[in-house]
Design a protein around this ligand. Structure first.
Ligand SMILES: *Cc1c(COP(=O)(O)O)cnc(C)c1O
Length: 398
């Protein structure tokens, strides 16, 4: 029996066929069971900020596991309090900020959704979210996710959510004093690395403040330094009411958090929300170590600089299949002129490069934040060869 047979028999089918089985990782590289090496420009979907098996990650897990892993939220632990303070500092919340810990992006957004309801009460039943944005797969976060094909099999949704186009005009038309919160994904990763219009976040801040609605920014994919700032909203110079984080914060350890900036979080009172595992000593120690490493290695700046280099590489390859780049820092979407993204992912994997296709005409590149010239040079050669191979077999550029 092959691993494919085992996976086909034992795992739920919600993910489709697994593309490979990896047995080991180190830095920006992965190895499969046959000993083949792959350059990893997906990093577990923007999760492995430090790459695989980084010594700081390994040391934090080992040391904390040998000290204290979990005690429940009846008690505090030093790594939990340290991470809360660290997140408040890098997000710039000031003293009024508060942190709720969960174990995933969806849990962070569930907490944010509940915060929106507490804020809205019966006077503000409306919750706004953006068409095509992705906020998670649980019933609450699916209700916030503006993709009809994802919601359809699971109707009815949690009520109250309305989807609006990502334009300032749509925002102006939709906001009134009955809106509890506006959820914004600052660069829509799952939708194909789609940016918001210029000035959108500033307008969103202004309009939500005017109407007393919370501005909640989903930084789950964009956070932890990926876009060249700690969080994407910081490029816009605004202060949201809350952000949600997960993915890259833990560097591969599952953790998520809701971070509030003002008095909104005072709305949570004992008994209104919780999680058994959320904020456990092990997860918070690892995330604390990952963030400290991002800071000490200057990886927020590296994300900005390597992201710019990556764009130069895509431009230099100059394939007729490529229409251009979207995104910011090391969250890069490569637009394709033909719907060949899946073929390109397969051609790249055959050559030892892991990339991702969020849709038929986009390649998403989200490598570890600590990549350097060696990885970028290797990427250029492998990606160019993959594009050539696809052009030969499938491409008919217009
Ligand atoms: C991945 C993602 C989520 C969901 O996170 P999970 O950890 O998979 O629950 C939510 N929002 C955004 C923007 C994401 O990229």
């Amino acid at each position: 029996m092959s691993w494919q047979d085992d996976a086909g028999r034992d795992l739920v089918k919600s993910f489709g066929d697994r593309m490979a089985m990896f047995v080991r990782g180190e830095g920006a590289y992965l190895w499969d069971a046959d000993g083949n090496r792959y350059l990893d420009f997906l990093a577990g979907i923007a999760v492995n900020s430090l790459g695989h098996a980084h010594p700081a990650f390994v040391e934090a897990i080992s040391a904390q596991a040998a000290t204290l892993a979990h005690v429940s939220n009846y008690f505090a632990t030093p790594p939990q309090l340290a991470l809360a303070a660290q997140l408040k500092r890098i997000a710039g919340t000031g003293d009024a900020g508060r942190v709720y810990f969960g174990n995933s992006g969806a849990e962070a957004n569930e907490a944010a959704f509940k915060l929106a309801r507490l804020h809205g009460g019966s006077d503000r039943p409306r919750v706004l979210a953006l068409t095509d944005a992705f906020h998670g797969r649980t019933m609450g976060t699916l209700a916030l996710t503006g993709k009809p094909y994802m919601q359809e099999p699971f109707l009815p949704m949690v009520p109250g959510v309305e989807f609006i186009d990502s334009t300032i005009e749509a925002l102006e038309a939709a906001l009134d004093d009955r809106v509890a919160a506006l959820f914004v994904e600052p660069i829509k990763g799952e939708a194909g690395v789609i940016e918001l219009p210029t000035g959108y976040l500033v307008a969103a801040r202004e309009l939500t403040a005017r109407h007393g609605a919370l501005l909640i920014i989903d930084e789950i994919q964009t956070g932890a330094g990926r876009t060249g700032e700690w969080f994407a909203f910081q490029h816009a110079g605004i202060t949201p009411d809350a952000i949600t984080v997960a993915k890259g914060i833990g560097g591969g350890f599952p953790i998520g958090a809701l971070i509030t900036f003002d008095t909104a979080a005072e709305l949570f009172y004992p008994g209104t929300h919780g999680s058994t595992f959320g904020g456990n000593a092990l997860g918070t120690a690892v995330a604390g170590a990952v963030l400290a490493q991002i800071e000490s290695e200057g990886l927020v700046r590296n994300a900005a600089e390597r992201g710019a280099q990556l764009r130069e590489i895509i431009a230099r390859i100059d394939s007729p299949l490529v229409s251009g780049c979207r995104g910011q820092g090391l969250l890069v979407g490569v637009g394709l002129r033909q719907p060949v993204a899946k073929a390109l992912v397969a051609a790249a994997q055959e050559r030892g490069l892991i990339i991702n296709a969020p849709n038929d005409t986009t390649i998403r590149l989200v490598p570890a934040l600590n990549i350097g010239d060696v990885e970028l040079d290797e990427f250029e050669a492998l990606f160019a060869a993959s594009l050539d191979a696809v052009l030969l077999t499938e491409g008919h550029p217009a």
